[in-house]
Design a protein around this ligand. Structure first.
Ligand SMILES: Nc1ncnc2c1ncn2[C@@H]1O[C@H](COP(=O)(O)OP(=O)(O)OP(=O)(O)O)[C@@H](O)[C@H]1O
Length: 230
């Protein structure tokens, strides 16, 4: 596994899952997406969650980020004192599509989460500009989303996630709609930015070439988790 520059994990658990299961639906229609998964995410970890379609990557990522609740078992966030989503700016989320607001320019899109978290306007704009610099797209600040390529739009989505300086970055197939060159660039950006921020990074991907850029790799198979590297 590649160890790109940055801070190494310290042995402090950021997220702990104990015998976590997640079932969707009920009765005969019940679908067990996760079977008694136990794992620990350490501060500063950079973990790829791999596995085929339907193996449970998104379900696991959502539980770790606090977006979903288990149907059995326990998820704990010792460093956050409860669900991190209750603390605005602590979790940066990136999804397959950039989902930028079409009427706002790039700078406004990146500043928006900070404004929604009641940060002062000046601070939100300053942080948004810094995140665009970090993502190496400062020159796009005044563009509208419709004026961006797919790769540029996804870098804006990454900048939006980075702007509040989150402690946990959760990215779900963030490169699924990009060609290999742009996909690798976005993954490398996430890895570098996580190192610079001292943030923990979890990245769900079905692509082993993306997973190789991170330090640890968890492989999902039919709702169970195996660590394939450490
Ligand atoms: N809301 C839901 N209702 C019913 N079943 C669901 C729901 N969400 C996920 N599932 C099922 O749970 C299983 C795991 O889904 P999940 O999205 O976590 O897999 P994944 O590995 O992320 O897949 P992909 O790579 O295709 O995104 C799948 O069988 C899926 O159909």
């Amino acid at each position: 596994m590649t160890h790109l520059a940055g801070r190494q994990p310290v042995e402090t658990p950021l997220v702990e899952l104990r015998q976590v299961a997640r079932t969707f639906g009920r009765g005969r229609a019940a679908m067990v997406a996760l079977h008694e998964v136990g794992c620990t995410v350490l501060q500063g970890d950079r973990i790829a969650i791999t596995g085929p379609s339907g193996s449970g990557k998104t379900t696991l990522l959502h539980l770790i980020a606090g977006l979903d609740k288990p149907t059995a078992g326990e998820v704990r966030w010792p460093e956050f004192g409860g669900n991190p989503l209750d603390h605005p700016g602590e979790v940066g989320l990136v999804f397959q599509g950039a989902s930028l607001l079409p009427a706002l320019d790039v700078l406004e899109n990146v500043a928006l989460p900070l404004l929604l978290a009641d940060r002062p306007y000046g601070e939100a704009v300053t942080r948004a500009r810094a995140a665009l610099e970090q993502a190496e797209i400062a020159e796009l600040a005044q563009r509208l989303p419709e004026e961006l390529s797919g790769g540029q739009a996804q870098r804006v989505a990454v900048a939006r996630a980075l702007a509040p300086a989150p402690r946990l970055i959760a990215a779900d197939e963030p490169t699924g709609r990009l060609d290999t060159r742009h996909a690798l660039a976005v993954v490398d950006l996430l890895v570098r930015a996580a190192g610079e921020l001292g943030a923990t990074l979890l990245l769900a991907t079905h692509d082993p070439r993306m997973a190789e850029r991170l330090d640890r790799c968890w492989e999902m198979r039919d709702g169970t988790l195996n660590e394939v590297t450490a």
